[in-house]
Design a protein around this ligand. Sequence first.
Ligand code: DGT
Ligand code: CA
Ligand code: CA
Ligand code: ZN
Length: 568
Amino acid sequence: MQNGEIARSLENIVALLEIKGEEHYRVLAYQRAAESVAAAGRQVGELEDVRELPHVGETTSGVIRELAAGRTPEILSELLSEIPPGLVEVTRLPNVGPRTAGRLWRELGVTGVEELAAVEGGRISALKGFGKKSEDRILEAARTYNSAERRMLLDDATELGERLLAFVRDCPETEQAEVAGSLRRQRETVGDLDLVAASEKPGSLAVAFAGAEFVDEVVAHGSTKVSVKTAGVDVDLRIVSPEHYGALLHHFTGSQAHNIVLRERAVKMGYNISEYGLAREGTGEYEPVATEEDLYQKLGLPYIPPELREDAGELEAAEEGRLPDLLEVGDIRGDLHVHTNYSDGQGTIESMAEAAIELGYEYLVFCDHSQSLRVANGLSPERLREKLAAVRKADGEYGEIRLLCGSEVDILKDGSLDYEDALLAELDFVVASVHTSFGIGEEAMTERVVRAMDNPHVRTIAHPTGRVLNRREPYEVNVSRLIEEAERTGTELELNAYPDRLDLSVPYVREAIGRGVRITIDTDAHDERALGFMKYGVSQARRAWVEKGSIINCLPWPEFEQYLKAGK
Ligand code: DGT
Ligand code: CA
Ligand code: CA
Ligand code: ZN
């Protein structure tokens, strides 16, 4: 067994001991041993005596030796015979520690996350020390837990990535640093974080990073690579000298599929390509590759932006000089789908308008929910007319931006809309979407949405598949058919930029623009901060090869006004 696996097994022992209610000092011994093994510079299996490691004593050294030899130590098999192993997963739920997991097991017979999710409401709050609130939180966590590896949403990953990158860039040893991996490519979800840095003193930068305050655990530490855990997330930092930085950054940006096709091209040109650079076939000597541009240039290609590096035709396009002129955040002129406190938003017309002005927008469309969506405080026709008047008034007061009143009108189960046509006709813009009756089957759902598209007032279909990342699968709907019907009816499709939606997803956006269907990129913001999610919508559009001509809200105001007036 490798150090990482040994450390994880020791952590398993820790969790099981805690669930069991073992004495603190005993648990601590294993905890410390796990940390020592994780931080060890050499494989512990190769050590003459594992007691050389700090915090490893008589008992734990025996356990480590067993693990290193690939055997199950006695303490682990004993614990596993007493305690259902599924409880370890329960301890990973937010708001559930090992003590709670232990009590849920002893007092309610819970043996795993699935069993916990099935516990009837009221049974947990009946236990001593649990309230209704903590019961709700625990049940919610269990019911939404996705045992398939959970991946980070883009905004969480971005925040964490920026924080870690700032630390690395602030180190005096660092000459350059960047986030790489799936986050740099802006995949919709991110597994682990990859950072790369250029430095003449990699060893000392590695020490600084491993010792950073945000590090919970050092998983591996060498002079050019450090792997740590922070807030439950795995982070790898790799360091090279500046002349090889471009090759390193490129390699760890991936994707693996892109790297593979690029390598094939390099081989044909007599190069060997790796994280260290390009080596001439035969000599084995590396040519320095300081920037990614250098790398592509040496291979006879223009620079390929990270969002396109998925082996989805980017190499051929680069060769033939037909890489797209990708959309940029600065191309966005307005947001067509935001909420206010008239329905379920936090912001007011004014606060949202001011935030949009900050972003440099030329127009903003308020689309609150429609009447039957009670859970979201949907607007009755009277309230909608009141709001229309309020938006008109506010529009007169802000010279820098045009404020428009729309609605996110619900598509009812039969495909009819949640307001009369006459009322929709009074609005500037109508977004239609499905929020209820998700399970009606593909055919009925497709017909339902198509019927909404046939309405002359409906300009765009919001979050067309209804998925919520990590929580809800898309409802069954024939998206290719929706794209055809969008073309036929002159309706747009939304790319919802909210990080847990990103709906339409990239392949469908690419299919849609390929057919000439235009897209709206909207944040669906319910507060001012969320207007900033636009960048994630833009990055998904870039991943779909989108140029600004395909995006409705890239139209400058006069043209956008023209588009509104012209109708469908
Ligand atoms: P993730 O972490 O699952 O969200 O996805 P990535 O793309 O960040 O994948 P990760 O962290 O396993 O590796 C980062 C990059 O390193 C990956 O995009 C390409 C490169 N890489 C990793 N392993 C290999 C490999 O076995 N072969 C090649 N060619 N590249 C690799
Ligand atoms: Ca990664
Ligand atoms: Ca990685
Ligand atoms: Zn909305």
